[in-house]
Design a protein around this ligand. Structure first.
Ligand SMILES: Cc1cc2nc3c(=O)[nH]c(=O)nc-3n(C[C@H](O)[C@H](O)[C@H](O)COP(=O)(O)OP(=O)(O)OC[C@H]3O[C@@H](n4cnc5c(N)ncnc54)[C@H](O)[C@@H]3O)c2cc1C
Length: 375
């Protein structure tokens, strides 16, 4: 008898898991991969769109091109999950798979920040990156505030990458002197797990005259007065960019899978409290940051777990590892190899930044495209 595995969400985690299971289950199982979108877009491609290096069409990787043995992609929206009965309801049909892996990512709660929907910009969605790109083209100078609006959020380096790349863009347009750049974050450091990366990012910002306020949060903005509201004071801006408040997709809350806002899992197995129901990636709470490479690492744990449940033996990958490339501007990229489960505590040394990692980052994307899509 074959095991039917249903993966909900064809993002970083879902695609990695589908490609792993395609190799590992041959003959013993089949995979149905569900996503309501028609194409995958790497998170870092949104920076390419923001700065006009690539268009939406250039960064889309259509799901229709998936060619992996034993994997069937279906473009459907997940409407409801009954984890106790292992039942999934989509806008097309009802499924009763043997195994469910929830990989639906994180959604944005734009309305959680008063004024943000009316007067703020974001680049965490493709549409938001396009809108901010157009706004930046028309920008002639002034005060730019880039604020992380809550923790957790995807890709901890992304706010610092955006401000450093924005600095370069303003220099090349000759309006950097007419612009104040200011990053605000509730976190105590840019990348708390990596003191060396945090120090390098703080130094890069200081060298470029970018103001950085840590341990502070913007609670709302007044688009009419162009004021950002902090806990005990207001600050003026001309262009407000926010990393939106993140939340688990509503369908997971309604399924009763969340605790404290995110899907509760055993971080060693990624299993929820329901047998045969796993969660990986940004929607799951594992105590480590939200990033594609950690979703990928969790996919390895689940692939091992599913193979073990079918064959009755096998080790589980440790999880908690990831490889992050960080844009420093000026044509340089840094590389951080993170291991949250290293003996003696998490390790995350910084390599670079240097021009050499630009090509390595491009190869990182190309390798995944080949692995996930089989094309
Ligand atoms: C600007 C930016 C830069 C980034 N840079 C990096 C980087 O350099 N390196 C890195 O590792 N990470 C980076 N990230 C983070 C990375 O994109 C995410 O952490 C990663 O995609 C999470 O993977 P996931 O599988 O959990 O979720 P996702 O990749 O978000 O996938 C979730 C999928 O579920 C689908 N979905 C959601 N709801 C439903 C539903 N109801 N029905 C059907 N389908 C649904 C979505 O369409 C989506 O395809 C970046 C993110 C941003 C925004």
């Amino acid at each position: 008898m074959t095991t039917n595995v249903m993966i909900l969400g064809a993002g970083f985690g879902g695609l990695e898991l589908a490609s792993l299971l395609s190799e590992r289950l041959a003959g013993d199982g089949d995979v149905t991969l569900i996503d309501h979108s028609d194409a995958f877009v790497f998170g870092f491609s949104k920076l390419e769109i923001l700065f006009g290096h690539q268009t939406r069409e250039q960064v889309r990787i259509p799901y229709g091109s998936i060619r992996r043995a034993g994997v069937e992609f279906r473009r459907e929206r997940v409407l409801a999950i009954d984890p106790a009965a292992r039942r999934v309801v989509t806008d097309a049909t009802v499924y009763d798979p043997d195994v469910i892996v929830v990989a639906l990512g994180a959604d944005y709660d734009i309305d959680a920040t008063p004024g943000f929907a009316d007067g703020g910009f974001e680049y965490y969605t493709v549409a938001g990156a396009e809108r901010l790109r157009d706004e930046l083209e028309a920008f002639r100078g002034g005060r730019v505030m880039l604020a992380v609006l809550s923790i957790p959020f995807k890709c901890p380096p992304a706010p610092y990458e955006a401000i450093l790349l924005l600095h370069d863009r303003l220099v090349s347009r000759g309006i950097r002197d007419a612009t104040d750049l200011h990053v605000v974050s509730p976190q105590p450091a840019p990348i708390p797990v990596s003191p060396s990366t945090s120090a390098a990012l703080e130094q890069a910002m200081a060298e470029r005259g970018i103001a950085y306020t840590k341990r502070h949060r913007v609670y709302g903005i007044d688009p009419g007065a162009k004021l950002a509201h902090f806990k005990d004071h207001d600050e003026p801006y001309d262009l407000f960019v926010g990393v939106p408040v993140h939340k688990a997709p509503d369908v997971l809350v309604e399924a009763g899978l969340t605790e404290n806002g995110w899907v509760a899992v055993d971080p060693r197995t990624m299993q929820t409290r329901y047998p045969g129901v796993y969660a990986i990636g940004d929607c799951a709470e594992t105590g480590i940051p939200k990033a594609g490479t950690f979703a990928e690492s969790a996919a390895h744990v689940v692939a091992d777990g599913i193979a073990r449940s079918i064959r009755g033996a096998g080790e589980l990958a440790p999880g908690g590892t990831g490889l992050c490339y960080v844009e420093f501007g000026d044509g340089e990229v840094g590389r951080v190899d993170v291991d949250f489960h290293a003996e003696g505590g998490p390790t995350a040394p910084l390599l670079g930044p240097s021009a050499a990692y630009v090509a390595e980052k491009a190869e990182f994307g190309a390798a995944r495209r080949a692995r996930w899509f089989g094309t």
